[in-house]
Design a protein around this ligand. Structure first.
Ligand code: NAG
Ligand code: NAG
Ligand code: NAG
Ligand code: NAG
Ligand code: NAG
Length: 435
């Protein structure tokens, strides 16, 4: 009989303590979220210790356990809530394929300033590891790994990524992060550990000399930033990232960057000469075996890009206000205008730093000067591929990527003359997003 009475009392006492702890947690929550790092996640273990101390009786332990679990859940709920509501924090994913100008567009975010944490191609490590281990054939497994790593990284957690870095970081220290210097966030003062003399020369940052990358420091810095952005050329299907939109800790904005597949192929034949040697041979022969694996691969890439865009443009509920399609050709011709639109879409301030970077790196200063703007000049740059890609090859791309060209507003060419006629633009003016 005694136990029957004491247990409810103990339970109430425990709950009162939980309420009290919750209040304390609320008050210090700002500090807690700021200090939280992936390596030392917010753990309420300290509070269970307090609970036990307040009532040393072991007969109440199971009740304590359930009360403790409840408290833990509330704590988790609270910190998730905190992440979204009090910050207005945006999580940007710039999704593209190779040779679409994604490094350039990534700079729009890399240059934003001190309040942005930007990562350049972190999935490079994941792809490399999966290719080594499985031959890179299991698209399902790859998609899952990509998604989970992106999700963690957007939350400033490098733990999962670390498993894919070769060699695996020791104490979260690595000299092997792919293109560290392309993320100004990883070269900031606060993420710059002292140089070790004579070693790691190639891991130096552009702006200052730094030693090996301490991912704990990177994570701490990331948690302090208002916004986070990641650029990747490795996500095949937008739909695979749907769970990210359902994570209450994230406010994800997808920007899909596309480019004329004929121009992409022309550019890849130059940039990845060895990999594209078949295409070069076919270009010389003037004959393409249409059922070749390479051609099938091209079709697969085009289909993936198109299907992602179709989902995005359809604006299903899960993507509402989260998707924007941008053509490389529009950015090349109107960089300032497009950057402004992208920033408006993300809801992040378009800072003077970004503007001046764009001015310095493009001819955007003349963009608004009317009839004599650089548009014509830039169009010529953008359509340079038309003079390097043989008509035969262009025809093959049109054949296997037809629906993709159509969707994005790239005009078909019907003859060699049309392909190389400068007076005919192959870019239809097209508005994809009502902003
Ligand atoms: C945590 O949040 C979920 C959904 O937001 C809710 O169902 C659950 O009751 C909450 N748990 C606690 C302990 O507050
Ligand atoms: C591919 O990966 C998924 C998920 O990891 C797994 O369930 C499936 O068995 C794999 N398929 C093959 C063919 O290895
Ligand atoms: C890495 O950074 C963390 C956090 O600043 C620090 O505690 C740790 O000692 C650093 N590791 C090394 C090896 O310097
Ligand atoms: C395009 O602009 C650049 C830089 O202003 C200039 O050097 C180049 O001659 C122009 N090209 C043409 C075809 O007008
Ligand atoms: C301080 C306090 O509440 N102590 C209680 C702890 O639990 C035992 C038995 O469960 C009670 O007898 C104590 O009064």
């Amino acid at each position: 009989m005694r136990i029957k009475y004491t247990i409810p009392i103990v339970f109430i006492v425990a709950l009162v303590i939980i309420e009290k702890e919750n209040n304390i947690i609320s008050r210090v929550s700002d500090k807690l979220t700021l200090k939280q790092t992936p390596q030392t996640p917010l753990q309420p273990s300290g509070f269970s210790h307090i609970l036990l101390k307040r009532n040393g009786s072991f007969s109440s332990l199971s009740k304590m356990d359930s009360a403790f679990t409840l408290m833990k859940r509330r704590l988790e709920n609270y910190s998730q809530h905190q992440e979204v509501v009090t910050r207005g924090r945006k999580h940007i994913l710039l999704l593209a394929t190779t040779r679409t100008g994604s490094s350039f567009v990534g700079e729009f975010f890399n240059q934003q300033g001190d309040n942005m944490f930007y990562l350049f191609e972190p999935l490079w490590h994941v792809e490399k590891m999966l290719t080594l281990e499985t031959g890179g054939t299991n698209a399902t497994a790859a998609a899952k790994a990509y998604r989970e790593v992106l999700q963690q990284l957007l939350l400033c957690d490098f733990t999962l990524l670390e498993n894919f870095i070769d060699p695996v970081p020791v104490d979260h220290i690595t000299t092997s992060l792919f293109r560290r210097e392309s993320s100004s966030s990883l070269c900031e003062e606060s993420v710059c550990s002292p140089v070790i003399k004579g070693v790691f020369e190639r891991y130096r940052c552009r702006t200052r000399r730094c030693g090996p990358l301490n991912l704990t420091m990177a994570s701490e810095s990331c948690l302090q930033k208002g916004h986070r952005a990641i650029k990747s050329v490795r996500v095949r299907q937008l739909e695979n990232l749907r769970p990210l939109t359902e994570d209450p800790r994230l406010d994800v904005k997808f920007i899909q960057l596309v480019r004329d597949p004929r121009a992409v192929l022309a550019s890849r034949m130059v940039a990845f000469a060895a990999k594209y040697k078949n295409w070069k041979q076919w270009a010389m022969d003037g004959d393409v075996p249409i059922d070749d694996d390479e051609v099938r691969k091209l079709k697969g890439n085009c289909d993936n890009i198109r299907m992602s865009a179709e989902i995005g443009l359809r604006q299903p509920t899960w993507l509402r206000k989260r998707y924007m399609l941008v053509r490389y050709e529009d950015i090349a011709r109107f960089p300032m205008k497009k950057a402004t639109e992208m920033y408006r879409f993300t809801g992040i301030p378009f800072t003077p730093q970004v503007k001046s970077w764009i001015l310095k790196n493009t001819q955007a200063s003349k963009e608004t000067s009317g009839v004599y703007s650089t548009q014509k000049n830039s169009s010529e740059q953008v359509e340079k591929w038309r003079f390097s890609l043989p008509f035969k090859i262009a025809q093959v791309v049109q054949k296997v990527c037809g629906p993709t060209l159509k969707l994005f507003g790239y005009k078909f060419v019907s003859s060699e003359e049309m392909l190389t006629d400068k007076s005919i633009s192959l870019i239809e003016e097209k508005v994809f997003n009502l902003l």
